[in-house]
Design a protein around this ligand. Structure first.
Ligand code: PEP
Ligand code: MN
Length: 265
């Protein structure tokens, strides 16, 4: 079902003001939802820059069980309220089949994170929800495994799947992960689904975000995903890789020519 051979035309995923597959978009927001003020300030800023899709995690897949795990339902409410107030769509991760229903209540798009890419029960459940799904490529997943993960969602009768390349694990240590641009291009060529490149989790460092986003957009992906936080130094997760507002403005300036026409950003 994922293959372009079964469906030659691009699948578009329309979520509020944003249409994935109809000109380049940005997805932006903090790694984790931390407070009402953080979400309101971030949404207000991003909306003022034309960003239509707000991200933020309420359920966080953390390496240590003792690290901040997210605000749960309280976080979902804060994300939804901030998005609504600024006319944005809201995407957030769901980690557990038991939470698909409540996350669907608040989010426009359900994110399946890299660590859950082959959680087949979760893939089926988000498929059954009928909600748009943002499916991240697994940490060490091949392109084929990524497409078959999408197949689990599609096979439930849900064709609203957006594929995200977010970097894969390699031996390289100077970046958090290695952006597999070939994988993103293969996803565009071999599937009919919209493709996003998450430069933040791929690079894990701010100085590479604009060049990688330029490369991804030039290669024809449908959206770029970045993390933005009002004060990354005090963020409760991923604080080395989130941009502050001034850094986001510089990033936007550096990629603007590839995002135009601005109305589709
Ligand atoms: C995230 O988007 O915050 C996240 C945890 O990403 P990934 O699943 O790609 O690591
Ligand atoms: Mn993150």
């Amino acid at each position: 079902l994922f293959s372009r051979e079964t469906r030659p035309e691009d699948t578009r995923v329309k979520v509020r003001q944003a249409v994935f597959g109809d000109g380049p978009l940005l997805i932006a927001g903090p790694c984790a939802i931390e407070s009402e003020e953080q979400m309101q300030r971030t949404a207000e800023f991003l909306a003022s820059r034309g960003v239509k899709v707000l991200r933020g995690g309420a359920y966080k897949p953390r390496t240590s069980p003792y690290a901040f795990q997210g605000l749960g339902v309280e976080g979902l409410k804060l994300g939804r309220a901030a998005a609504d107030r600024h006319g944005m769509a809201f995407v957030t991760e769901v980690m557990d089949t038991r939470d698909v229903e409540v996350v669907s209540e608040y989010a426009d798009i359900l994110q399946v994170g890299a660590r859950n890419m082959q959680n087949f029960a979760l893939l089926r459940e988000v498929g059954r929800s009928g909600q748009p799904v943002l499916l991240k490529r697994g940490l060490s997943a091949t392109v084929e495994e990524w497409f078959y993960a999408a197949e689990y969602v599609l096979s439930q009768g849900n064709d609203q799947v957006i594929l995200v390349e977010r970097g894969i694990r390699t031996y390289e240590k100077w970046t958090r992960n290695t952006l597999d641009l070939s994988g993103a291009v293969l996803a565009k060529q071999l599937t009919h689904l919209p493709v996003v490149v998450d430069v933040t989790h791929a690079a894990g460092r701010i100085d590479l975000l604009a060049p990688l986003a330029r490369a991804a957009l030039a290669a024809g992906v449908d959206a770029v995903h970045v993390e933005v936080h009002p004060n990354p130094k005090v963020a409760m997760s991923d604080n080395n890789q989130q941009m502050d507002f001034a850094q986001f403005d510089a990033f936007l300036d550096a990629v603007r020519d590839l995002l135009e026409p601005a109305k589709t950003r």
